[in-house]
Design a protein around this ligand. Sequence first.
Ligand SMILES: [Fe+2]
Length: 331
Amino acid sequence: MLETVTRVYDKKASTGILKLRAENVKRVGDLVVLPVLVSGRSAFGAEVFGVDWNDPIPEGVVKQLIKLQDKYAVLIFRQTGLDNARHIAFSRQLGEKLEINPFFYGRENDRVGEPLLFDVGNIELDGSLVKSQSRRWHHSMGNALWHTDSTYHQQRSKYSLLLSHGDAVTGGCYTHFADTRQAYADLRQDMKDELEDLIIEHDLWHSRKLASPIIYSNPTEREKALKPPAYHRLVQVAPDGRKTLYLAAHAKRIVGRSFENSQKLIWQLIDHCTQPKYVFSMEWLSGGDMVWWDNRQSMHRSNPYTESMSARDVRRSTVIDDGPLAFGVEI
Ligand SMILES: [Fe+2]
């Protein structure tokens, strides 16, 4: 256990300021919890040890984990040994419905081929790495922008669970997380008042175009039909009762404002939320590592694919929200 507390959560920090700190260790039943970012009364992200992934997770432990998730927004588990079936089974313990993969490029072309999982790795069907400049390569570039999964769905999703398979990746394999609750809390009151009732149009093709303007200036009719835009309040209440910002690179327009003014404010807020004081970077260390985050109270981004990255096999399940804000706003 002790060596884990020396893990660094800031990939740029040679100072190690974001080391997990032994004095912050908490015990919850049989679980050991190591918070990542602790600032005053606020804590964001935690590594959790002590879950027995070999068996179905007992309901009591699931309840403890959800309580931790409400508090920390991002939970990290190392070397779980989970396979697809148990990944899905655990996700189902967290919500009734999981998102179904639309298989943009055909189920027959999907390496995992499991409708309840999204292949977000960089491996093609034949085992080769994703070709540079392919449509899939360009699609993945949007994941490197700060975002929240599935804000472009009118019934949004609450949780994402990303599980790695196979060997550790070389070439820089991190997922970065930002604390939108603390970022909201630190806004000036006049800004909070301005934001309070704003409604945002979220569009997957907007973020694809931002990340890859040449390929995604004109999404295909099939792509557009599969993902029309959705509308959600900007300021929301997180599970722990604190207010938070529901934001993503998918955010295209503020209802009632011009596109230009909308984008200016949206990116001002994303820049605010992603200042280093609100962000940590989780390094993928070994196969079986899993991160489970709450899309209702955080943002995240991946590293973009690079030519020097080795094979990265990561698969995501997504749990659909069933709470009071799940369906957003009707326009
Ligand atoms: Fe994502």
